[in-house]
Ligand binder design. Structure first.
Ligand code: ZN
Length: 56
């Protein structure tokens, strides 16, 4: 499984990459994983959909 580069936390001038904590699938959109990202510096959490590339 792959995902795009981790998003940067919006709360810092410098780009602080957020860490992926958990992933879960959306029942309504089985092809889309929702990743919960957390900033290691301030703890800000953010949910982002993660496109999976299973589609042939
Ligand atoms: Zn942060």
């Amino acid at each position: 499984m792959t995902y795009e580069e981790a998003p940067a936390c919006e709360r810092h001038e410098s780009k602080v990459p957020m860490k992926l904590r958990t992933m879960h699938s959306d029942a309504g959109q089985p092809d889309v994983l929702v990743g919960l990202f957390e900033c290691p510096e301030c703890g800000h959490e953010r949910r982002l959909p993660i496109q999976t590339t299973d589609a042939a």
